[in-house]
Design a binder for this molecule. Structure first.
Ligand code: SF4
Length: 169
């Protein structure tokens, strides 16, 4: 008897997309990558590359963490001006992945350099449960045979997948 296939690795981008729009996660899982052409993403990469120069990326394979400071605090930098639940969910997922590797994680911080703001992300039993639930939901969406429904048009503003979802509508 052969072993069942290992579940697909769920990275930080998967979790961010899940919380933004499950359909976006599904499309991403299918290999759709319009964000390579997005000026917004390119701008974000510039912010990312110039804001913090003394950090060190932590590459977990399925996820690349911006950097981790002493005491295991996970840091994530965003080019947007508005904090989002998707960003905190992404950091919680990194905490979960690190903890599974035996790291005693203390928590996380999301940095918004354009507005000079930070948002702390606690790491405790509740956060762990939420991270595990998000991961399970992401796996369910990725394994679905059909894409989830579109969000309302107003919620799609600024999404790099808009052309695919809405065409010329
Ligand atoms: S365009 Fe709208 S429905 Fe399509 S992936 Fe983006 S947010 Fe989701």
């Amino acid at each position: 008897m052969t072993a069942p296939p290992a579940p697909a690795a769920v990275g930080g981008v998967h979790i961010k997309y899940l919380h933004h729009c499950p359909r976006q996660l599904w499309l991403y899982g299918q290999g759709y990558r319009p964000e390579h052409r997005s000026e917004l993403v390119a701008f974000g990469e510039v912010v990312d590359a110039t804001t913090f120069t003394r950090r060190r990326d932590v590459d977990l394979g399925e996820a690349k963490i911006d950097w981790v400071t002493t005491g295991a605090v996970v840091h994530e930098t965003k080019s947007s001006r508005a904090p989002s639940p998707a960003h905190t969910a992404q950091v919680r997922h990194y905490c979960l992945l690190l903890e599974r590797r035996g790291v005693a994680v203390r928590g996380g911080t999301v940095h918004y350099p354009l507005v000079r703001r930070t948002v702390d992300v606690p790491w405790d039993d509740t956060a762990r449960t939420r991270a595990e639930e998000s991961e399970a939901r992401a796996r369910t969406v990725l394994a679905a045979p059909e894409p989830p429904d579109r969000l309302g048009r107003a919620d799609c503003r600024g999404c790099s997948y808009r052309d695919y979802c809405w065409g010329d509508d």
